[in-house]
Design a protein around this ligand. Sequence first.
Ligand code: ADP
Ligand code: ZN
Length: 679
Amino acid sequence: MFIDVAIPVPLHHPFTYEVPPDLRARVQPGMRVVVPFHRRRMMGIVLGPPSPSPSPRGGEGKQQWKPILDVLDEKPVIAPTLLKLLHWISSYYAAPVGEVCRAALPRSFFRQRTLPRSSRLPAPHTGDAAFHRDRPITLTAAQATAVAAVQQAIDRRTFTPFLLHGVTGSGKTEVYLQAIAHTLAAGRQALLLVPEIGLTPQLLSRVNARFSHQVAIYHSGLTEAQRVLQWQRMVRGEARICVGTRSALFAPFADIGCIVIDEEHDASYKQEESPRYHARDAAIVRAREERAVVLLGTATPALETFHNVRAHKYQYLTLPERATGVAPPRIEVIDLRRPGSNGRGATFLAQPLVTAIAETLEQREQVLLFFNRRGFAPVLLCRDCGHCFRCPNCEVSLTTHRATERLHCHYCEFATDVPRACPQCKAARLHALGAGTERLEQWMRAQFPAARIARFDRDTGSRRAGRETILTQMHRREIDILVGTQMIAKGHDFPDVGLVGIVDADLGLYLPDFRAAERTFQLLTQVAGRTGRAEKPGWVVIQTYTPEHYALRHVQQGGYAAFYDEERRHREALHYPPFGRLINIRITGNTETPVKEYAQILAQSLCRQFMKEEKSVAVLGPAPSPFKKLAGKFRWQLLIKTPSPASVPALTHTALAHAAAHAPRGVKCACDVDPVSLL
Ligand code: ADP
Ligand code: ZN
């Protein structure tokens, strides 16, 4: 008898082994086994039932099949439905099955024969209960309709995806919690996925307040011991809800009734290294296997998701008003091109925004100021010779940071002290060009000397302590003005924010990415939703040079459907998602010429082949990636567009097979299916 085993190495095929007679009765799919691998012993996962003949993919020629050495588990560590999901991820996202298994299990499962029984460990920090006390709530009519629909679907025990489209403050969380409660009452388990654990303390504390000890928390910030503990609590049935970031999708539950994806449009659901899966899309696949309900919640659905609603694949639930009944915020746009608008330059804010801030502070309300670029200034130039300081690994401009007095690369770890003189001409006239949140904060302190001003971005808020300090101070109203990047856009409920100022609405609009308009619409709508959540509607002021751009018009008018209808026309005309699938094939290496040459060879070969076999498939490129060098690697890419999702595995297989046979030494080829970032 033979079995296929996933070994956690970056190779694309499973490995076939023979099962000796004495182990035959013990081995089952989803169990860990010890196998010989290149003169070492490794642990792997059994991928399927033993079969009388070796799998054709499992190796070449007439080699001898090595026997497995041991079976480590009495029960599978991966349940059958989860194993199916891992197979799907491996095939659809062109990811080595061993890497998918490694992403799905705690690391020590591949290192230790016996799993630790670690019940002495304290449970990890799961959010501050002080943020929230659980009180009974009377549902709004829209919430009640949504809850009823979801609960009926849970009772039917059939796969049912829903989009829960609710404006900020409409009370989506209560719908999630009641869906989860209903699932648990039916004796099943629930998943709640969030984009970033650190930015959702309020949601976490509400989940804890309602379900307390039944909650397991799962995210990349856990120590290995905590991860194993959470895993075991779920396996033993002590925890029946798994809350976490994308890897919570792999929770070891056997009977999932409901999967909630909060902020389903969020780009962080896509993993940017292998396995490059999209947790929202993979959740749909897992839910189908489990006959579960999926609840995709957001105020700004991804175009793909709304497209599925229009195609009647997803059911549509809407919460069109805030739960408190307060009107939507008033949105004003300042056209920075207008003479006298005082566009940026020496000043950041046009006069009407300065006045709005002053008025808000007078009313004793808080201000959020959104500027999506961190650091002091994005460019450092020599005034004499024009030399620009760039990252030696990435060739992008280095950002000056005053807090550290260093130049930082925002794409790799590189940092260096701010130089006193130009290395090229030795002149000491260096000029920090442009601005980021640090500079804006400094400017605001000069403008509003009496205000208490703080900054929230990856520099001040990436560690838990810093982040919690700022969030707590905001809640206690010890901060008057909070300057921040997109970190302020996510999920926080600050009841006393009277004004949101958007300093530069155009910043993301012209990135070389077909999703630039969608991202801008989502981000600005989310930021705008941070005001007026208590009893007043709130006020938003947007500064822009392109007020006529449809993304900005629809933010102002608050019309998601109108934005969708306009955006979808652009996508359809160019066959971009959701009207077709993309595969980004990225070629990388330490020197540019072989990367470029191989990218051209691969593109030609794919073109020729698809012309014969797959006429509807288009190959675009190759071209240098927008960031053509990152972390020391030169990067070229080519895009494959295909109308049919079913064709994706064959297309990636063709590309990877070509690379395996023809890519020169040191040149790597990777496929990113349904890419979220094309940069
Ligand atoms: P969303 O996630 O849709 O932005 P939340 O779920 O955070 O909104 O709810 C926003 C606010 O409204 C919260 O303070 C919540 O306690 C409150 N809320 C939710 N549902 C109701 C309700 N039915 N009645 C009164 N307040 C509610
Ligand atoms: Zn760099």
